[in-house]
Design a protein. Structure first.
Length: 149
């Protein structure tokens, strides 16, 4: 999958495609505020999908961790995609970035060892599956979070 979802997607929920799954995709500014932007967008989508609060909290924290990692450790562009198969009890989160950055982001570079590095442990606990894949010029980091039907 190439990291191009739709060329001109607004920053608020818009149906990208409805067939066997419903999904949404956005391009985010590659800046520290992207995590907060991604959480606001995700919260609106989860409300449309009527995802219960506890599951929504897990999705929101996972989105925040994946987007924050992309801002700190990867090159632009930065894209967020949320989807769920009809009838599925999972939300799929995909964060696509331009691949590893040559240097750490400002925040990570200024931290002591104990101040960062727990994001993947958090994602391990919140998700039923997660991983990443590299493609020419892009990296895609994905996670599946269980939700109630």
């Amino acid at each position: 999958m190439i990291c191009t979802y739709a060329p001109d997607i607004s920053p608020w929920p818009a149906i990208a495609r409805r067939s066997r799954s419903s999904g949404h995709a956005w391009t985010l500014a590659h800046r520290p505020e992207a995590a907060a932007d991604a959480r606001r967008i995700t919260q609106a989508v989860l409300a449309q999908w009527r995802v219960a609060d506890e599951a929504a909290d897990s999705v929101l924290l996972t989105v925040s961790e994946l987007v924050s990692n992309a801002v700190e450790h990867a090159e632009p562009p930065l894209r967020l995609r949320l989807s769920r198969a009809q009838g599925a009890r999972r939300v799929r989160i995909e964060v696509c970035d331009g691949g590893p950055a040559a240097a750490q982001g400002d925040w990570a570079a200024s931290c002591t060892r104990g101040e960062h590095g727990r994001g993947l442990q958090i994602i391990d606990r919140l998700t039923v599956a997660h991983g990443d894949r590299a493609e020419l010029g892009h990296a895609i980091h994905w996670a599946d979070v269980a939700i109630a039907a």
